[in-house]
Structures are given as structure tokens and as C-alpha cells.
Design a protein around this ligand. Structure first.
Ligand code: ZN
Length: 266
């Protein structure tokens, strides 16, 4: 009996020591990675199950996960518009007559999975009132490995929405009118976000005849067809945005903007 108790104490001691060691290892990693978001293990069907007895958020595997994809560390960051960013935007998405103060906008760094299955570092400018929520949305999209081909500031396309969409670039802020109208778009305040626009075109009759934007998206206007990267009500991107209170342009009654999510009430 006594032997058993001693034996149990030895085992317990070993567990305590190893648990203490693991805790230290985690906190060291924790300190090193700052804003890096862990990759969840349980949502990745193609991954082997985690063998570590960690706390379930997958911190221990995170580093090797990023190395596996051969990509840089995933970063999610919310910052004010620095002079460097503003210089990129001014005269392009931030027009000379822009009535939205620079202080009301935020620059986000958003890691995402690309169509190549690799982690990419995206960027986006949105309204400050939705910036934290947008960060959360993209963390959720990242966690489920939702594929977004590219996410560059639209200024890299001279703020030309057609060019950006045709290149399947996902973006948000752009001080402009709604295509075919004189009304300011919700993109003008950074309250609207377009996702994978080539596969999810804007289909409208604003100028009298039916048109799709980008013009090279005609193959994706028939939403009864099945194809990759299609946003519909069964899509995870739709689910996550609408769970965060965004409305979807694919639900509009007249024109349909399948790439478009907006949250105008902050
Ligand atoms: Zn849009």
C-alpha cells in the first residue's frame, strides 16, 4: 500500500515538473510572437491530430505550422494611417476632395490563406468604427483557411476599382461613387469590403443595360452554377461576415453585389 502511494507521488511529481516545463516553454514562445495568432488544429482536417497536451489553442505547433507553408508569420494588426500609408493613398483612394478625415480610417494587416494554400500577408484600410471587428472577421477566416487570393491596397491599382476587381483583389476603402451613379459608395467611408471580386461580381443595370463588374467576370454571373470561391448563403465567408452584423450585397433586391459586405451602422 505504501509503495503504491510513493509510486503515485513519483508519477504526480513527474507530471507537475513536465507541466511546469511546458508552461515555461509556452510563455517564452508567447513573449516572442506578440500579435501572432495561433493556428487552430481542430479545424484543419488535413492535419494530423495534435499529440501535445496543450491547452487547445495550438500555440506549440504554431511555429512549425507557418514553416510548413513556407510563409512568413501571420500578422493581424490595427494601426492608424501613418504618413507612409497616407502617401500611398493620397490622390488615389484618398482623393483630394475626400470628406472622410484620415483620423477616421485605420490600416489593417490581415494574414490570409491564398488560392495556393499558403499564408499571405494582406492589408486593408477600413473605417475606425469597424476596424476591430474586421480584424476579428479575418482572424476567423484565417482560422478556417478561407482562401482569399490577394488583399492589397487599391492604391496599388491607382484606386481603379475595375482593375483591382479584374485582378481578384479584395479591398475596402476607396473614396468613390457607386458605379453608374453619382451616389457615394459605402467604400468611401471604409464601411464596405469586397472579397474575391472576380468570382463574385457586381451585377447591375445602373446604366440601363445589364452589366457585370469586373468585365472579365461574365463566367461567374450565373450563381446557379457551382464553382470555387463563390460567395453564397452557404459560404463560410458569408456566415462569418453576417454573424458580425454585416449585410451582403448578394441579398440586394435589384442589383447584386456578390463580393460586397458592409456595416453602415458601425
Ligand atoms: Zn463593394
Amino acid at each position: 500500500m505504501k509503495k503504491k502511494i510513493i509510486g503515485a507521488l513519483v508519477v504526480l511529481g513527474a507530471v507537475v515538473i513536465s507541466a511546469g516545463f511546458m508552461g515555461e516553454e509556452l510563455s517564452t514562445q508567447e513573449a516572442a510572437k506578440k500579435s501572432v495568432v495561433p493556428t487552430p488544429q481542430e479545424t484543419l482536417p488535413d492535419k494530423e491530430p495534435s499529440i501535445s497536451a496543450d491547452d487547445g489553442d495550438g500555440n506549440q505547433e504554431e511555429k512549425s505550422e507557418v514553416q510548413d507553408t513556407g510563409a512568413e508569420e501571420p500578422i493581424f494588426l490595427n494601426s492608424e494611417i501613418t504618413d507612409e500609408i497616407f502617401n500611398r493613398m493620397y490622390g488615389k483612394s484618398y482623393k483630394e476632395d475626400c470628406r472622410v478625415p484620415r483620423e477616421e480610417l485605420r490600416y489593417l494587416k490581415l494574414a490570409h490563406y491564398g488560392f495556393d494554400g499558403m499564408v499571405h500577408q494582406g492589408e486593408m484600410v477600413v473605417n475606425a468604427s469597424i476596424a476591430d471587428e474586421v480584424l476579428e472577421i479575418f482572424k476567423e477566416l484565417y482560422e478556417i483557411r478561407y482562401p482569399i487570393e490577394k488583399m492589397l491596397l487599391i492604391d496599388d491599382y491607382d484606386a481603379d476599382d475595375e482593375q483591382s476587381m479584374a485582378d481578384n483583389n479584395s479591398s475596402a476603402f476607396n473614396y468613390r461613387v457607386i458605379s453608374g451613379t453619382s451616389k457615394l459608395s459605402n467604400h468611401s467611408k471604409g464601411l464596405a469590403i469586397d472579397i474575391n471580386p472576380l468570382y463574385n461580381p457586381y451585377v447591375h443595370s445602373n446604366t440601363g443595360t445589364k452589366a457585370c463588374e469586373p468585365a472579365n467576370a461574365a463566367a461567374y454571373t450565373d450563381r446557379s452554377l457551382e464553382f470555387d470561391h463563390k460567395i453564397d448563403e452557404a459560404d463560410e465567408c458569408y456566415r462569418i461576415f453576417t454573424e458580425h452584423g454585416f449585410s451582403w450585397g448578394g441579398s440586394w433586391s435589384r442589383s447584386k453585389d456578390y463580393q460586397h459586405f458592409e456595416k453602415v451602422d458601425g
